[in-house]
Write a protein that binds this ligand. Structure first.
Ligand SMILES: [Zn+2]
Length: 405
């Protein structure tokens, strides 16, 4: 089956994950899709295909060589982002896109000046939505590319390869994709997530991440008799917030610049809660940012001569770069596979986390590769047929690079 046919079929399965759910996977529909994929993998002739209780799909494309070749893995996620509806997705193929604004429906238009990524698709075939849902190429394009590549290998036994382990995960979009991943059972020495934008990107770096929960305790009294008594926690919360550098906010940062992001804030005179995420590619700098918050809390508590601000810091995930540097061949193989497809490799740091970064810390080194899709998590999401085909080629190149390691 062609890669775009696979994608157009997969996106019609609703697999939205749900951050408020406590079940694993977070939504039952993901498990339904897992069974669909497992059935397809069995029919293709993959070995050891299984769906875990937690909704993970695993399978193996068995080695056909007597050479000693490391077993490596390819991983993609099945869920789509809860930010936008993923129900009744109706994908539409547009051949030879001409680069103009694109009417997804009578009322929804993808404007090229708002979504400049569209320009790279001029003259190519693209898959878009009907304007009422996201597309789900993030990350069903990754699943489609992996299975199309594996099917090609099974149809061409003359191509030598080692064991290739396949893993499809639920709940990536809500940050739980690696939580129940069976690293020992997976049986790979290293792996790649196929879950990104441009196909010439090899991501070996993520943020270091922490969160800060701030509780501000006020003193609520009648405003008419408040003089020298009232402490309005809403005002103290703003004092705290404005002690953080304004320039270090997501809306003012890019590349390797870290940020403090005030994610939520709610309260009244007596009690205010604030929740921050703190991000930096450099672990030392992240520690400095955490220290800065502690100093600010202490400063305000001194000012009020009691504890009005309570700060709870918690580490969330780490930059995988440091660990990947210990196994440089893992990224080099991917870089070579991309270069052989005729591209200049871009090693951009991800401004976020990936399942791969968690897996790397679980003992499975795992950089990230692209999928040939853009504008994720919303109704302007788009996938490019030619780029997906190229990605299948890059994965085949990767298989070959691993054999020749
Ligand atoms: Zn994704």
């Amino acid at each position: 089956m062609r890669v775009e046919e696979r994608l157009m079929r997969y996106v019609q399965f609703e697999t939205t994950s749900d951050p408020s759910s406590t079940t694993v996977p977070s939504t039952a529909v993901q498990k339904d899709f897992a069974e669909v994929l497992a059935a397809e993998m069995r029919a293709m002739g993959l070995a050891n295909v299984r769906v875990s209780d937690t909704g993970y799909v695993y399978g193996t494309c068995k080695s056909n060589t007597t050479k000693k070749v490391p077993s490596f893995g390819l991983i993609a996620h099945m869920d789509t982002a809860p930010d936008y509806s993923g129900k009744n997705v109706k994908p539409r193929l547009i051949c030879n896109y001409d680069g103009s604004d694109l009417w997804l429906s009578d009322t929804v238009v993808t404007k090229v000046d708002e979504f400049p990524a569209m320009k790279q698709y001029i003259g190519k075939d693209i898959i878009v939505t009907d304007g009422s849902t996201l597309l789900g190429a993030d990350d069903k394009a990754g699943i489609a590319e992996i299975l199309t590549m594996v099917e090609y290998l099974l149809d061409h036994p003359e191509i030598e390869h080692g064991d290739i382990q396949i893993g499809f995960t639920p709940d990536e979009e809500i940050g739980r994709g690696a939580d129940h991943f069976d690293v020992p059972g997976f049986g790979a020495e290293f792996a790649y997530t196929v879950d990104g934008g441009m196909i010439h990107g090899v991501t070996d770096e993520t943020f270091n991440a922490a969160e800060a929960k701030v509780t501000v305790y006020g003193v609520a009294v009648h405003p008419g008799s408040a003089k020298d008594v009232m402490i309005n926690s809403l005002n103290v919360a703003q004092e705290f917030h404005h002690l953080l550098p304004h320039i270090s906010r997501p809306e003012h940062t890019e590349g390797r610049e870290g940020f403090y992001h005030l994610d939520s804030m709610s309260g009244n005179c007596e009690l205010t809660h604030m929740s921050y995420i703190i991000r930096n590619h450099d672990l030392n700098q992240l520690e400095e940012m955490k220290k800065q918050m502690e100093q600010n809390a202490a400063l305000i508590n001194d000012r009020y001569e009691k504890q009005v601000v309570e700060l709870k810091l918690r580490d969330q995930y780490k930059n995988m770069k440091e660990l990947l540097n210990e196994v440089p061949h893992v990224c080099e193989l991917a870089n070579r596979a991309v270069a052989r497809a005729g591209y200049t490799v871009v090693n951009e740091p991800a401004r976020g986390g990936t399942d791969g970064s968690t897996l790397t810390f679980m003992g499975l080194p795992c950089p990230n590769l692209g999928t040939g899709s853009s504008n994720h998590h919303g109704r302007h999401e788009v996938a490019c047929v030619q780029d997906m085909e190229k990605m299948v080629q890059i994965l085949l190149n990767l298989v070959e690079e691993v054999v020749n390691l």
